[in-house]
Design a protein around this ligand. Structure first.
Ligand SMILES: Cc1ncc(COP(=O)(O)O)c(C=O)c1O
Length: 379
């Protein structure tokens, strides 16, 4: 059967690591998972209880395309509480995860062939989704001195759009207000759309992340219940779009997805009020981050920087290997710790980097660091 070149997207290399880890576990080995990009915790208890009740009282059929009005209103309130931004709830669109948000945003904003910039290292699916939609990815190599985020001088003149994430995956770095405003301004100068991936907002350590909505209304903000709200598998997120794009997005969401899962929207609405439980998860990430910053250099992974947010440490291991994929395989085999090769995030320089996730329990992080330490000492 003939197939499209649009469908030839790269696989996640981390999937190979996960499969190898699963094989080792099936053979009876105990593996510490520092490769996964998701919380080990479930959706908050009160949110799960809200769904149990909703299942008894209604059919949970389709919702309207833009999402449950109560959820959209509650998210608008989150912007006031977190950032002091007054947001019209009509501008909030509920999506099937932020992944669904990217599909909607890219389709709404770009014609086939448009050039969309993303930073490297960055989340690998951006490129794959752009390719699947017939768009051109413009890879912007970022520098440690700019905290691995693009700067205006990096942007070509003929860009149609720019997507940035702050806090970022895999580095955990954040754009401060000036840096974010500079990028937004540079895009406006070029007539390029600015898309802000804010999925790791809420998971911040030293200071609050800045939303693009503090700077402009002429942006698409993409967010999700996956990370801070600990709901990866529920597949629910949201997008904030300019007022004159609401109807356009409504038509797209109705046709592409009908709506985000109703049950997940119910859980999401309740999760927004589960601050105590979510802050308890944050306390674990904070403790894990401190353990990582102390333990990784002691083990011999010295080229790291403290992440501003998210739950990853991106390590330069080019002094230890020029093949991060083989190095990750060796770490799994000899140390029993699964980590992600940087090649997933940066096809050029990722051969010399690894991403360590500390989203799991503190006991797992302690054990993982002890194993890494023994492995490096024996190397
Ligand atoms: C930066 C970033 N954006 C988006 C996503 C996709 O998340 P979801 O579709 O679960 O909202 C991820 C997942 O790891 C991510 O790291």
């Amino acid at each position: 059967m003939r197939v499209s070149s649009r469908g030839d997207v790269d696989p996640f290399i981390v999937m190979d690591v996960m499969q190898a880890a699963a094989r080792a576990e099936a053979a009876g080995r105990h593996i510490i998972h520092m490769e996964v990009g998701q919380p080990g915790t479930p959706a908050p208890a009160a949110a799960r209880a809200a769904l149990a009740q909703a299942m008894e009282t209604g059919p949970l059929g389709y919702t309207v395309g833009l999402g449950l009005p109560a959820l959209r209103a509650r998210i608008a309130r989150l912007y006031r509480d977190w950032y002091g931004v007054d947001l019209n709830p009509e501008r909030v669109v509920i999506t099937p995860g932020s992944s669904g948000g990217f599909t909607l945003a890219f389709t709404a904003l770009f014609d086939v062939g448009a050039r969309v910039g993303i930073g490297a290292p960055g989340y690998p699916s951006y490129k794959a989704i752009l390719q699947a939609l017939g768009l051109q990815t413009v890879m912007i190599g970022t520098e440690a001195q700019h905290r691995f985020q693009p700067v205006p001088a990096d942007l070509p003149a003929d860009l149609d759009g720019l997507l940035v994430a702050s806090p970022a995956n895999p580095t955990g770095t954040m754009l401060d207000r000036d840096a974010l405003a500079a990028l937004i301004g540079a895009c406006a100068d070029r007539g390029a759309a600015f898309i802000s991936d804010e999925i790791y907002h809420g998971i911040e350590y030293e200071r609050k992340a800045v939303t693009a909505l503090e700077i402009t209304d002429q942006t698409y903000v993409i967010n999700s219940f996956s990370k801070y709200f600990s709901m990866t598998g529920w597949r629910v997120g949201w997008m904030v779009v300019p007022e004159d794009h609401i109807r356009r997005i409504e038509r797209l969401v109705q046709n592409l997805f009908i709506c985000a899962p109703h049950a997940s929207q119910v859980v999401a609405l309740a999760a927004l009020d589960c601050t105590d439980e979510l802050q308890a998860n944050m306390a674990v990430y904070r403790r894990n981050r401190a353990l990582m910053m102390e333990g990784l250099p002691k083990a011999g992974f010295t080229r790291i920087a403290p992440p501003d947010g998210a739950f990853y440490v991106y390590a330069d291991v080019s002094d230890l290997t020029d093949d991060s994929r083989a190095f990750a395989a060796e770490i799994l085999e000899k140390a029993g710790v699964a980590v992600t090769p940087g090649l997933d995030f940066d096809p050029l320089r990722g051969a010399g980097t690894l991403r360590f996730s500390y989203a799991r329990s503190t006991a797992d992080i302690e054990e993982g660091l002890a194993r890494l330490s023994r492995f490096m000492a024996a190397r």
